[in-house]
Design a protein around this ligand. Sequence first.
Ligand code: FE2
Length: 279
Amino acid sequence: MRITPKQAGQYRRDGFLILENFVSGDACDLLKVRAEELVSQFDPQGLISIFSTREQSRVADDYFLTSGDKIRFFFEEAAFLPDGSLKHAKEKSINKIGHALHELDSVFRDFSRTADIRNLVSDLQISSPLLIQSMYIFKQPNIGGEVSCHQDSTFLYTEPFELVGLWFAIEDATIENGCLWALPGGHMLGLKSRWVRTPQGRMEFQTLQTPDWPENKLRPLEVKKGALVVLHGLLPHKSLANRSATSRHAYTLHVMSGNVRYPSDNWLQRPADMPFGGF
Ligand code: FE2
């Protein structure tokens, strides 16, 4: 499967591209079953104490910031009762799994390294591509939280900007269950901010410029299971909370060129013995 010159042009113009039926329904099901298996094997007890008390925020931050080479589980913000216990079953409380599924789990590794993806990335002119981050996102029924408007290059900064996000719909994504919204052409507006590691090891936003994003121009990207949404690293996008009774599972993969600078003050770092890998 290769994209057409017209599709490549759409991507350059809009900063995103929807490819329906990019993966089969069976491949989606396989990934979903594997994600659910990982959750069922995960013991949340230690983490519940970390995420349910404000005093522990440093520990919670470290849990996130050291997850670039691991498979870790993150809860929905609305998952907890005031006493710190989970409101719903563990399976209905997880927000996402990240950030090295594509390296450490064979089902995710196979899903992430198909010839179709390799060809697509090549068609998008990402040279010497490296897979840097993966997330399985549950967008749980009723409590799946909103993700406010952002650019992925804020979090995965590269010089120059050669970063692409691949967003696979593992289930149908609708306005009701929290599909993506994107600002067509918004990747031309430049990078608004960077999330950088300070010398003290904490993270802060560094404002680069402050163009107002016309958020009323964001467009919902409703897609069917099996679709792939390609997102330019500079494209402003968001998703709303899921207040519906159906989940909206998605898998995301971020790919950058191996020929760009990836700064050491980006949050996601790999140890020397586990560098970013290609296809
Ligand atoms: Fe994003």
